[in-house]
Design a protein around this ligand. Structure first.
Ligand code: 13P
Length: 267
């Protein structure tokens, strides 16, 4: 039985004071669900304060990105040991807002966020392996743009991003990885992927894991759905057999909405 995992990706929102206030609000709204793993991913600057505010809540702390070296002349980067040092246990890698989509027309992004920081399948793979080596739980995002979907390339894009992310990863580490299927066109647009289709593509990720690492790893690896998850669509998405949780952007900035999404996990 895979334990559902609900993560809030706060993106570039909340100063330290605002972030702690959100946690204080969340604490009063969350009904303890031992059967659901829950975490929030604030901006780097708020990690320490949020980590302190989370003490004793059972809610985990995640970061939104990481660099693969431990230290050195890498201006602007944050390493796995630095994340561990402030209490981080999870890290998002390969978010579409961080991946570079060279050669993909801007219109493919549906007018959504088009701010890319050059991540490639190779850098995502390095970040994922460095996270695993440090004992962090990576949440690896994959997903197609609207142009790729319209061209019928959804499955091949998701398969290749999954496969490339896993290059050189030991089979024993695979069950500790979380994947997030985040169709780029559904992120921040209010346009959620139809639940049966989201379930099907999460199944494509699982079968890619199965092809490389076998049925045992595939049965254990967790796959979240992300992209306009809200309290009113969470029930249906989270009841699907291949969807093991949600990576929530906008709705995680509202304590009531995030608590409702956690509670939408089937018991
Ligand atoms: P939204 O929930 O705002 O669509 O964002 C999804 C996302 O990108 C989570 O990582």
């Amino acid at each position: 039985m895979r334990r559902p995992i609900i993560a809030g990706n706060w993106k570039m929102n909340k100063t330290c004071g605002e972030a702690v206030a959100l946690i204080e609000e969340l604490k009063h709204l969350i009904v303890e669900r031992k059967d659901v793993e829950t975490l929030v991913c604030p901006a780097y600057t708020a990690l320490y304060s949020v980590g302190e505010a989370l003490a004793g809540t059972g809610i985990g702390l995640g970061a939104q990105d990481v660099f693969w070296k431990d230290k050195g002349a890498y201006t602007g980067q944050i390493s796995p040991p630095m994340l561990l040092d402030v209490g981080v246990r999870y890290v998002i890698v390969g978010h579409s807002e961080a991946r570079g989509r060279f050669g993909v027309p801007e219109s493919d992004f549906n007018g959504a966020i088009l701010l890319h920081f050059g991540d490639t399948d190779v850098s995502v793979n390095r970040k994922l392996k460095a996270s695993l080596a440090a004992g962090l739980i990576p949440i690896c995002c994959v997903g197609e743009t609207i142009g790729e979907r319209k061209a019928g390339d959804t499955d091949s894009v998701v398969q290749s991003q999954t496969e490339n992310a896993l290059a050189g990863v030991a089979a024993s580490a695979v069950p500790g990885i979380v994947f997030a299927y985040e169709p780029v066109w559904a992120i921040g647009t209010g346009e959620v992927c139809e639940p049966n289709e989201a379930d099907r593509v999460c199944g494509v990720i699982r079968s890619t894991v199965e092809r490389i690492f076998g049925g045992g790893a595939a049965a254990e690896v967790r796959v979240q759905y992300g992209g306009s998850v809200k309290p009113d669509n969470a029930d249906e998405l989270l009841s699907k057999p291949n969807i093991d949780g949600a990576l929530v952007g906008g709705a995680s900035l509202n304590a009531g909405d995030f608590a409702a999404i956690i509670n939408a996990c089937p018991r």
